[in-house]
Write a protein that binds this ligand. Structure first.
Ligand code: UD1
Length: 429
């Protein structure tokens, strides 16, 4: 089991190129099933990307991963089901459902269970697919989905702008017969990225001024060569890391507009931010100021995925910051681990009040989830003494070369791997 050993107190400074967006590349890889042949560039080297490639290979696609690109030739698929073991490798594997149904007219996948963020229902995904003509039944934890003939375009109104449900509906509708409108669709940049990928392959999808997604079904998709957008959440995470150390960071290869809701919060904390072209520059001096209110919202609101990194920063602010988590039920699990480092956080349902302390101290802690884990690393960067963070596989699901990148910016962090009997077997400096 690997863990990070971090000596706090150093100041981060330098330049960092941000990798491709995990939350874009996963639906895009699912979408390759609908194409004749796809090459997807700017794919981050993450375990979730490997898991998506494993699913494509299992289904019978020819998949070639090299460097930051994945080449997929679906050919004649071997099957239209995903076994439970593969589904469990990746939290967002449910996005394959819409693509498999569109391609095969049927699909069999296990129902995704809950996760560290609380229950992850898929009712909105399923009712959108039902609108398009899919009949869904459950059998011993498996969802059996079947359409009679071609899927039919429909009017879909999502009660909540779910990212995954919007993606599944887009994937299923792009080769359906007739037109589909998705109202109250999610507006995250990753949705637009999926649309651009599908349109590059011949789909007819557009986003209306009202935010609704309009899809004219086409008979089939062709070949596509596509580069996914940069990871706005990784960008926001590194900004928080630099800020907590009173540092200076130039992010390159980003789309600043995608991170726009994060900037005012960092500015309120005292950071100087300059966004120019595809770069974002941050400079921070001294102790952060408190942030009055951070409310997570669907895009273009403040992203739930950036809540915990920002909370880490507010732990050492010169006053109390308040967070309201409106997207996921259990997204404050990192707070108990931050408390072990001396943070003062009180939680009441969806609200967390963070009373800033002057200093955090090193501790032995563990990652509770992907973004919460990143928050612990950020906190450790400014803590007195040494912090040992275990369960780092959570973090490595979403950040490529996290420790190496932070070390490149001046952090004192190393990854330590231990054998089962607790012996250290490898040190990476
Ligand atoms: C995606 C992102 C995740 C991000 C989230 C919100 C990926 C791989 N993951 O997750 O990083 O935190 O968007 O921006 O892109 N819900 C239902 N029923 C459904 C679907 C969702 O009740 O059928 C609820 C969820 O429980 C949650 C909320 O809607 O409370 C938002 O979920 P959703 O937007 O679907 O997030 P994901 O697509 O799972």
């Amino acid at each position: 089991m690997a863990r990070y050993i971090i000596e706090g107190g150093g100041r981060l400074s330098g330049e960092l190129k941000i990798h491709g967006a995990k939350n874009s590349v996963l639906p895009v890889l699912a979408a390759t099933l609908l194409t004749k042949e796809s090459t997807v560039h700017n794919c981050p080297a993450l375990t979730d990307v490997d898991a998506a490639c494993n699913i494509l290979s299992y289904l019978g696609c020819d998949v070639d991963q090299s460097g930051g690109s994945v080449h997929v030739v679906p050919g004649d698929l071997k099957g239209c089901g995903i076994p439970d073991s593969l589904m469990r490798e990746m939290r967002s594997s449910v996005v394959f459902l819409g693509a498999i149904i569109a391609r095969c007219g049927k699909a069999r996948i296990s129902r995704p269970g809950g996760c560290e963020l609380g229950p992850r229902p898929i009712d909105l995904h399923l009712s959108a697919l039902e609108k398009l003509g899919v009949t869904i039944t459950e059998d011993h934890g498996y969802l059996e989905c079947e359409a009679e003939g071609r899927l039919q375009g429909a009017s879909i109104i999502l009660p909540f702008p779910s990212v995954g449900a919007t993606e599944n509906a887009m994937l299923a509708a792009c080769t359906a017969q007739g037109s589909t409108v998705i109202q109250n669709a999610a507006r995250e940049p990753e949705i637009e990225d999926l649309m651009h990928f599908l349109n590059s392959a011949g789909a007819k999808i557009r986003i209306g001024e009202n935010g609704a997604i309009y899809i004219e079904g086409v008979d089939e998709l062709g070949s596509v060569d596509y580069s996914v957008i940069p990871d706005r959440i990784a960008g926001a995470t590194y900004l928080c890391a630099a800020a907590i150390t009173g540092g200076e960071l130039l992010l390159t290869g980003v789309v600043p507009e995608h991170m726009a809701s994060v900037f005012p919060m960092l500015e309120e904390a005292g950071c100087v931010i300059k966004a120019r072209g595809d770069t974002v520059y941050l400079r921070m001096h001294g102790r952060p100021k408190p942030i009055r209110l951070v409310r997570t919202m669907p895009y273009p609101g403040f992203p739930t995925d950036a809540q915990s990194p920002l909370m880490a920063l507010s732990c050492i602010a010169s006053g109390t910051s308040v967070f309201v988590e409106n997207i996921f039920e259990s997204r404050y699990k990192h707070a108990a681990e931050l408390a072990r480092m001396g943070a003062r956080i009180s939680i009441e349902g969806r609200v967390a009040a963070v009373e800033g302390v002057k200093r955090l101290h090193g501790a032995t802690i563990k990652c509770t989830d992907l973004r919460g884990g990143a928050a612990l690393v950020i906190a450790a960067l400014c803590a007195d003494g040494v912090t040992a963070i275990s369960e780092i596989h959570h973090v490595e699901r979403g950040y490529q070369d996290f420790d190496t990148n932070l070390r490149g910016l001046g952090a004192v962090i190393r990854k330590e791997r231990k054998t089962e009997d607790g012996q250290e077997c490898e040190k990476k400096q």
